[in-house]
Design a protein around this ligand. Structure first.
Ligand SMILES: *Cc1c(COP(=O)(O)O)cnc(C)c1O
Ligand SMILES: [Zn+2]
Length: 415
């Protein structure tokens, strides 16, 4: 059965159409391929009522996701909370602020569960029995878990120096985990070679067009959860830049198929100062992205020195009137603590990047204080404990005695 909505792959550069196979680059100009849809057919089928009647998962927008049949992997993923963050809003000095909380995405606690659900559902449709990925950590966890649940073989490639939480959260699922001595870009280059040689579905290489589309679901959910409108400002962390371009595509598609009226929105990008090739190009008003050879940041999930979608992310920010920022490691830690202490949400380093950059965008006036803001918080702090371990104090230890407790309390109130 062929989807009546998802029609083909299409080159982002020249528009040439390709059949829906495991391929990702245009043979004429090496442009990236993306998924193309028949939007008039979708407008006739989709409606707010139809969506509201479906289960609360990312698959309630299924007409706009690139598979032919029913999803088979990660069917329950997505539809994470959009939290109205009043205490954080006050701390930042803005009127209306929300957290899109993918720290609790099912099942591996990051937004990567969205992209993997689409990639592996599509891989199963195309008949693959082995899946693989190059990862900065969260993708590794998600591919390993979903492959296990789907009964697929998996090979997962990571930089050898990842956080122990990210390593453990891959190994537990029994995947073939391979650490490469080198940065993510070297891992990725090796994976391109392997993908060419073995008949595997490499989620972010040969089936990347399908994988990347899963990111749109976070944009669809934000719009629905705000009452079928867009926030004036959405702040998105950038590694390859893919997620940011897909939030943009999601908002545009909701307008195209008539779910949200045409309205203004700005999409802003966030990077860590120790690996900020996209943010740097934005600030220099350049189109050329200077690659970062040796990323140096605690935000390892975002440490991609040669961002595949960086050029398009710049385009999305400029076209929507967004801006880009970057933050240092101490600023990331401070932001992680601020989010935890004001909203009770423990994010990984990438979320610290998003919040830290949002703070700068507000202070510089690029995000006006009276306009609604959504921060896309993409991963869980339990996986990057090293980053904050030395910055959060220690528990007070006492004997099991009321007297000891009372003198502790008195010492604390005195201070
Ligand atoms: C992968 C990832 C991102 C963004 O990745 P893109 O390559 O830009 O799509 C953001 N946050 C976290 C936690 C991630 O793991
Ligand atoms: Zn092309």
């Amino acid at each position: 059965m062929e989807s009546p909505f998802f029609t083909s792959l299409k080159c982002r550069e020249c528009g040439k159409l390709y059949p829906k196979k495991a391929t990702h680059i245009c043979e004429d100009d090496f442009g990236p391929l993306e998924c193309a849809y028949d939007y008039s057919a979708i407008s006739r089928s989709i409606s707010r009522e139809a969506i509201l009647s479906r289960p609360k998962s990312m698959w309630r927008y299924r007409e706009l996701l690139p598979i032919d049949g029913d999803p088979t992997v990660g069917v329950q993923n997505g539809f994470t909370p959009l939290v109205k963050a009043n205490r954080l809003a006050k701390a930042l000095g803005v009127d209306e602020l929300y957290i899109k909380n993918d720290t609790v995405n099912y099942p591996t606690l990051s937004f990567k569960d969205r992209v993997v659900s689409v990639a592996l559902s599509r891989a199963v449709e195309m008949g693959f029995d082995t899946v693989a990925c190059a990862s900065t950590g969260n993708l590794a966890n998600s591919v390993a878990a979903h492959a296990a649940a789907a009964g697929l073989k998996s090979y997962v490639f990571i930089p050898a120096d990842l956080e122990s939480g990210k390593v453990l959260n891959s190994l537990i699922y029994g995947t073939n985990l391979i650490g490469i001595t080198g940065a993510y870009d070297q891992v990725n280059r090796l994976c391109s070679e392997i993908a060419g040689k073995y008949g595997w579905a490499f989620v972010n290489v040969n089936i990347r067009p399908y994988y990347a589309e899963g990111s749109k679901s976070i944009g669809f959910e934000i719009a629905e959860q705000l009452g079928w409108k867009f926030p004036a400002h959405t702040v998105v962390p950038m590694a390859s830049g893919s997620l940011l371009t897909k939030v943009h595509k999601a908002y545009q598609e909701f307008i195209k198929v008539g779910l949200v009226p045409e309205s203004r929105f700005s999409i802003h990008g966030a990077q860590a100062a120790g690996c900020s090739p996209i943010s740097r190009a934005y600030k220099e008003n350049a189109n050329l992205i200077h690659f970062v050879k040796e990323p140096k940041t605690i935000a390892k999930s975002l440490a991609i020195g040669t961002p595949a979608d960086g050029y398009y992310a710049l385009g999305s920010m400029r076209e929507t009137g967004g801006a880009s920022e970057d933050v240092t490691d101490p600023e990331i830690v401070e932001a992680i603590k601020l989010l935890a202490e004001t909203e009770g949400i423990f994010t990984e380093t990438a979320g610290g990047v998003t919040l830290g950059c949002a703070k700068k965008l507000i202070e510089s006036g690029k995000i006006p204080r009276n306009e609604p803001v959504v921060l896309v918080i993409t991963g869980n702090g339990l996986k990057t404990q090293e980053a904050v371990m030395d910055h959060i104090g220690k528990p007070s230890v006492i004997k099991p005695s009321l007297r000891e407790f009372e003198s502790l309390l008195a010492a604390r109130t005195d201070a």
